[in-house]
Design a binder for this molecule. Structure first.
Ligand SMILES: [Cu+2]
Length: 365
């Protein structure tokens, strides 16, 4: 039996001052005239795939300089930011905005630090739902983990020799990239489940559906490292998975006749109400929502890459994450500030609602 942890809400802590700004995404003319085009991995040419993997390897081999806990490389710094923010980035209304900005930071850094001229690809998991084990995307990233340690192949994976310094969870340890692929867990990325989420009328309904279903599919389907809610960005597939989720949110926002409303629509609790590591984060049932089971993610489990239950308990040297810009309220608003610890400037949710605004400038193909 794993421990049940309640994350207390954090009010009035002096560690970080809120820097709330009032910005409406629709009140200005966007400066985005030439958006980057993000493509599905399976549609990339061999040269495009190689360029992305080479750029990620470059990030993994470039020393970090931000002083983030445990981070040796630029790649580790991304993982460190996720570790710092994991408590207030999942099972909360900023789940989609936080990961959108985080993905943008990753794409930007690949381009600025590693001379990458491509864009952040996504994994079209609707094509592989229920059969991750035979996915060509998984194969290109080194396939399933091997034997009991679940390390990916050192010879058959471009990332097989990478030694991570952060994880599992909050622990700092030197380890390989670990996977434990589960075809049944990947089923909830099916076209039917994604279409169901896209049919939701409100953000609260959409978010609960998409975080619990297609989101869980990618994490549970790849398993091990990817199953860890704190340290999952140690697996480079994390970025392709979350780009897939960001695309789903962008598709939902862009629906005909809804766009104007949905570029302003955010909400939900801004701190997790309860986090139960036995059966996953529980979101409050969305208002008027019909999400089956109240939005419960599939059971989590221990083991290689996932670590021990204690690895999910935030240690004293990781500061308690503060919700900034909410003026002490409990609800996620457009003024909430997403904290990036220097990988990119912090932004309010308002500023990244539109993927073709002043901060972001991309589209999905
Ligand atoms: Cu995350």
């Amino acid at each position: 039996m794993l421990p049940q942890l309640l994350f207390a809400s954090v009010l009035g802590c002096a560690l970080a001052a809120p820097t709330s700004r009032q910005v409406s995404p629709l009140s200005r003319k966007s400066t985005c005239t030439n958006p980057l085009v993000r493509k599905a991995w399976h549609t990339l040419t061999p040269a495009e795939k190689k360029a992305y993997i080479d750029a990620e390897l470059c990030l993994m081999n470039t020393p970090g300089n931000l002083g983030l806990r445990g981070a040796k490389s630029k790649y580790d710094e991304f993982q460190a930011v996720h570790v710092y923010q994991s408590e207030i980035a999942h099972g909360v209304g900023q789940f989609f905005p936080f990961h959108r900005l985080y993905l943008h930071a990753h794409e930007l850094t690949l381009r600025s630090t590693c001379n990458y001229t491509g864009t952040q690809p996504y994994w079209d998991e609707t094509l592989d739902a229920g059969s991750f084990s035979t996915s060509s995307v998984l194969a290109d990233f080194g396939g399933d983990g091997l034997s009991t340690e679940r390390c990916i192949s050192p010879t058959a994976s471009p990332f097989g020799n990478i030694v991570l310094s952060i994880g599992p969870g909050y622990r700092l340890s030197q380890h390989c990239i670990q996977r434990s692929v589960s075809d049944p867990s990947s089923l909830s990325a099916s076209p039917a489940f994604v279409a169901d989420c896209l049919s939701k009328e409100t953000y609260l309904q959409f978010w609960a559906c998409a975080e619990a279903r297609p989101h869980s599919a990618g994490h549970g389907g790849v398993g091990a490292q990817m199953m860890n809610p704190v340290s999952s960005p140690g697996d480079p597939l994390f970025y392709l998975h979350h780009a897939f989720l960001d695309k789903i949110w962008a598709d939902w926002q862009a629906q005909e006749g809804k766009r104007e409303q949905r570029l302003k629509e955010i909400g939900g609790n801004n701190r997790p109400v309860a986090f139960n590591f036995t059966d996953g984060p529980r979101f409050p049932p969305p208002t008027g929502g019909e999400f089956p089971g109240g939005g419960v993610m599939p059971p989590m489990f221990g083991g290689p890459g996932f670590g021990e239950p204690g690895d999910l308990v935030r240690p004293a040297d990781v500061p308690e994450p503060i919700v900034m810009g909410d003026n002490g309220g409990n609800t996620t608003t457009l003024n909430q500030v997403m904290q990036m610890y220097g990988i990119v400037p912090n932004q309010t949710i308002a500023e990244i609602m539109d993927i073709q605004g002043d901060v972001l400038c991309y589209e999905y193909e």
